[in-house]
Structure formats: structure tokens, C-alpha cells
Design a protein around this ligand. Structure first.
Ligand SMILES: NC(=O)c1ccc[n+]([C@@H]2O[C@H](COP(=O)([O-])OP(=O)(O)OC[C@H]3O[C@@H](n4cnc5c(N)ncnc54)[C@H](O)[C@@H]3O)[C@@H](O)[C@H]2O)c1
Length: 439
């Protein structure tokens, strides 16, 4: 092991290593808190000045991170934040958690990673560990980051250390947090691996090391492709059951009684969030460059992507049954975030459903305790309505998109004239079932 490797391992062990987390969002802020709690001094870098200032003031902007934790860590001088890359050479460890969206063409947009690396590169010094946590296609760390970082003449594995460790944060999950979710780590060289594994062991309960950055990158894409494909499959089961006039939800519940060889996935109005709708496309794009078509990914994306249209078709059928058209009908959307009990609306299927209903002339309103306002394409901004008898009775159709656990489904069914439930959230409601149509 090189002198530089031994030195950084020592600094990690005695907590004198200074850690920097780049991108203080859903992934970066919880990670920064975890290392601060483990006794390290952590600095967050975020180009969003408001976020950086908020953290310095002890505030949180992420639902899963309690303000008390941020306040406590800031007070103990273990956490601070800045909005520039100034002084990156004073950090021993830099963990990169910037966004990895898709372009309109569904091609990966790794410009945030490139921008971060291009600002860190010129400040790179002997002994630093750089880890990419953002989800990306296999090869990014080795082919995109490494050459940029080595440009100044330092050698990876000897002078500085480079690794990939995918983040697995599950927003809203209180059982599995950053601390107790096993962490996969793959280094560019064996020394990189050792240094990175040593770092994560200080703050994360279980660290699983793999042989390369490419394997670590692919693991994350397998995990998310697994979800996208299985959700696509179960959504197709719903479409098949509709043709067969069978209750798909009852079928899924029945199949889930099998204690082995079956895993329950839930159908719904479409997929959302920053991971499942996007990440598999990183993999299929990479495979396209190798002249291979990732068929499961494409098919799952097609089926999942169609679900908002299926919802709108069902809504139109229901209204039609009451001699009403979508055009001019008042439709109340219940829940607009992409997932139950979270505040994230990124890629939420509610956005697509609202767009489609707007195009057909519906009068939309919504209620969501987690999203006080909702902007559609930056053109129209809705405000969450209160959820009361008057609001429910005014709507021609109540459309459950997100099954928040705070919703009182008995009251919702009682107060509505017609309900389309895309999550089977009303399964326990006894009264007024004839008004409910499930996806
Ligand atoms: N949100 C999740 O549930 C989740 C789970 C696992 C993995 N991931 C992956 O983690 C990565 C980050 O996702 P996220 O949900 O935390 O995103 P996010 O949008 O919540 O946070 C990213 C942060 O990076 C900042 N930023 C953007 N460009 C920057 C730059 N050049 N330098 C410094 N800061 C910059 C943004 O202002 C933002 O605060 C993505 O690759 C995502 O796919 C996300």
C-alpha cells in the first residue's frame, strides 16, 4: 500500500479526515449527516445557494432528515455547507451525489458529474479519495472521471483514490436508512477499494466490496431495472385482467400468499421519482453503443409509460357511464407525489395524468398534504385544495393517484360521487363500494 493510502486510512480511523459531499439533495444530505454523526467534519457543496445557506443555518430541506439532526451537527461544527468548489484541496474525501437525469431523447445526461469533476480535478492533491455515488452507466467512473482526474499528473491507486458506491436511499423508508442499508463499494484499483471500504465502514453498518467500479455501477442498475421490469410486468397483469374481467388486485394478493418464489410488486398509475423511470435508460443507452438492445428495459418502459393514459381512459369511461365527458368535468386528484407519504413530485405519474386530462378539457384540482403547490411544465401552478365535504362533493370524479396513509378513505368515498382508485387504497372501505372503480 502506498504512503498516501496509509496516510488517508489513518486520518479516516482517527476522524481527522475532512469529508466533502457534493450535491446536498435526497442522497447527499442524509449521507453528510451520517458521516457527521460518526464524528467527521463534513462540508456540503451545493450550487444551490439557498440549500447551502439553509444547512449552515441548521435547516433541512429533505423530509427524511430531521431539522434537529442538521441543527445538532452544525452546532457541533461537524456540518457546514458552501455554494462553490473553493478549497476542495482541504478535503481528504469527496463524495459526489449530483443529479443524473435523462435528456429529452432519454439519453443519459452526465453533465453534472462532469461539471463536478472538472471543478475538483484542478484542485486534486495527493492522498484524496473521490467517490461517485450518483447512479450512472457502467464505465463512467473509469472512462469519464479517471482521465479527467489524472490530467494533472497524479496517479489513481497511488497518489489519489477513486471508487464508485451507489446510493440506495429509499425516501420515506424508516426501517432502512442510509446507516443500516448495506453499501456496495467498488474501487478503480485494489488500493482504492481498500481506502473506500475503510471510509464507509466508519458510518455504515454493512459494506459489501466488489471487484471494480463497473461492477458497482452495474449493481445499482440491476437493482433499479429489476424494479422497473417487475412493475411493468405487474402493470401488464392489470391490463390483461381488465380484458379477462378479473380483479388483478385479488390475483396479486392471492399470489403473494406463496411463501417462496414470488415477490409482490404493486401496479399503479405509472412510475416516478429520480430512479426507477430513469436509471434503466442509462443501461439501455450504454448497451445501444455496443449494438445491443436491452429488450426488457424497453418493454417495461413502454408499459409503465402507458399507465397514465390507461388511467385517463378509465376516468373517461367512468364519466361516460354518468353521461359526462372529460371536457368540462371537475376532477379532483388525490395525491400527486410519486410515492406514498413522501414529498417528491419528480417524474410523478400525477404530472402526466394531469397533463392528459388538461388536454381533454378537464377542470383539475388536487389535494396533497405533502405538496402544497404543483407546477405543470412551469406553465400552470395549482394549489392543493383542502380535503373536505364541499370539495369532494363538487368533484365529478375523485382520482386517487398516490395512496398517502393520512387520507381517510372512508370519508373520501362517503363524500364523493365517483372514485377511480389507481392504488387499491380503498380496499378496506365497506360503504359505497359501488362508486369505486379500481385500476
Ligand atoms: N432520490 C433518490 O431516492 C435516489 C436514490 C438512489 C440514488 N439516487 C441517485 O443519486 C443522485 C442524486 O440524486 P438526488 O435525488 O439526491 O438529487 P437531488 O436533485 O435531490 O440533489 C442533487 C443536488 O445536487 C445539486 N447540484 C446540481 N449540480 C451540482 C453541481 N455541479 N455541483 C454541486 N451540486 C450540484 C443540486 O442543487 C441538488 O441539491 C442521482 O444520480 C440519483 O439517481 C437517488
Amino acid at each position: 500500500m502506498s504512503k498516501a493510502a496509509m496516510a488517508i486510512r489513518e486520518r479516516i480511523s482517527d476522524r481527522s479526515a475532512r469529508i466533502c459531499v457534493v450535491g446536498m439533495g435526497y442522497v447527499g444530505l442524509p449521507l453528510a449527516i451520517e458521516f457527521a454523526k460518526a464524528g467527521f467534519r463534513v462540508t456540503g457543496i451545493d450550487v444551490d445557494k439557498k440549500k447551502a445557506a439553509g444547512i449552515r443555518a441548521g435547516k433541512t430541506h429533505i423530509q427524511d432528515v430531521p431539522a434537529a439532526d442538521v441543527r445538532d451537527m452544525v452546532k457541533k461544527r461537524r456540518l457546514t455547507a458552501q455554494d462553490s468548489y473553493r478549497g476542495c484541496d482541504r478535503f481528504d474525501v469527496i463524495l459526489i451525489c449530483v443529479p443524473t437525469p435523462l435528456r429529452k431523447t432519454k439519453d443519459p445526461d452526465i453533465s453534472y458529474i462532469v461539471s463536478a469533476v472538472d471543478q475538483i480535478g484542478p484542485q486534486l492533491r495527493v492522498g484524496q479519495l473521490i467517490v461517485l455515488e450518483s447512479t450512472t452507466y457502467p464505465g463512467t467512473t473509469e472512462e469519464v472521471m479517471r482521465p479527467r482526474l489524472e490530467q494533472g499528473g497524479l496517479k489513481v491507486g497511488k497518489d489519489f483514490f477513486l471508487a464508485f458506491s451507489p446510493e440506495r436511499v429509499d425516501p420515506g423508508n424508516t426501517t432502512y436508512t442510509t446507516h443500516n442499508t448495506p453499501k456496495v463499494v467498488g474501487g478503480t484499483t485494489r488500493a482504492c477499494n481498500k481506502v473506500a471500504v475503510h471510509l464507509y465502514r466508519q458510518a455504515i453498518e454493512h459494506v459489501h466490496q466488489v471487484s471494480s467500479t463497473q461492477v458497482a455501477e452495474m449493481i445499482k442498475l440491476l437493482e433499479n431495472t429489476f424494479r422497473a421490469v417487475n412493475i411493468g410486468m405487474v402493470n401488464e397483469i392489470v391490463l390483461m385482467c381488465e380484458k379477462l374481467e378479473i380483479d388483478a388486485w385479488e390475483v396479486i394478493d392471492g399470489a403473494a400468499t406463496k411463501p417462496f418464489g414470488f415477490m409482490r410488486f404493486y401496479p399503479g398509475p405509472g412510475i416516478g421519482g429520480h430512479c426507477i423511470p430513469l436509471d434503466p435508460h442509462y443501461l439501455s443507452w450504454k448497451l445501444k453503443t455496443l449494438n445491443y438492445s436491452a429488450r426488457f428495459i424497453e418493454l417495461a418502459s413502454e408499459i409503465n409509460g402507458q399507465m397514465p393514459q390507461v388511467v385517463v381512459r378509465l376516468a373517461a369511461d367512468l364519466l361516460n357511464g354518468k353521461k359526462k365527458s372529460v371536457n368540462g368535468s371537475k376532477i379532483l386528484i388525490l395525491g400527486v407525489t410519486y410515492k406514498r407519504d413522501t414529498a417528491d413530485v419528480r417524474e410523478s405519474p400525477a404530472l402526466d395524468v394531469i397533463r392528459l386530462l388538461q388536454q381533454r378539457g378537464a377542470n383539475i384540482s388536487y389535494h396533497d398534504p405533502y405538496a402544497p403547490t404543483l407546477s405543470i411544465d412551469g406553465k400552470k401552478t395549482y394549489r392543493s385544495s383542502p380535503l373536505n365535504k364541499a370539495v369532494l362533493s363538487k368533484a365529478d370524479l375523485a382520482l386517487v393517484i398516490t395512496d398517502h396513509s393520512s387520507f381517510d378513505y372512508d370519508r373520501i368515498v362517503d363524500g364523493s360521487s365517483l372514485i377511480l382508485d389507481t392504488r387499491n387504497a380503498t380496499r378496506n372501505v365497506r360503504r359505497g363500494r359501488s362508486k369505486i372503480r379500481k385500476l
